[in-house]
Design a binder for this molecule. Structure first.
Ligand SMILES: [Fe+2]
Length: 133
């Protein structure tokens, strides 16, 4: 996987959510740029922690947004978010157990999930709001 580029098709037409998705890409690209370089345990721990924290914050924003606008697809979104966080926790657990984190596998997993989730589910939030107004 190379550096991720933001594309117009990822836009959900909600500025705040687009900006957060862009920030997630930025963290992933940062992780990507460190691949193959000598990293200290502390650095890996920090990046994993940052990624996890920011994604949780992003999901919170998205869920609050959906609730505020009585979005009908909330349950499905919440379910996917929770499932993703569980899997991210598994990566962290492995790391804390002392197993080396394969950043390539982690990057692929996170970006595969995010790109599909944005295109399939998040974009529907924007469409819903447009139809409502
Ligand atoms: Fe979402």
């Amino acid at each position: 996987m190379g550096l991720i580029k933001w594309k117009k098709e990822f836009s959900v037409d909600i500025k705040e959510l687009d900006n957060q998705h862009k920030k997630i890409i930025k963290i992933l690209n940062h992780m990507f740029s460190l691949q193959g370089k000598e990293k200290t345990e502390k650095e890996i721990e920090k990046i994993l922690g940052d990624l996890h924290e920011y994604i949780k914050e992003h999901f919170r924003t998205e869920e609050e947004y959906m609730l505020k606008h009585h979005y009908s697809g909330y349950d499905k979104q919440k379910q996917e978010h929770n499932h993703f966080i569980d899997r991210l926790c598994e990566f962290q657990k492995e790391y804390l157990k002392g197993n080396r984190v394969n950043t390539s596998i982690l990057l692929n997993f996170v970006w595969d999930w995010f790109s599909q989730h944005i295109l399939n589910l998040d974009k529907q939030i924007g469409t819903f709001l447009k139809e409502k107004t």
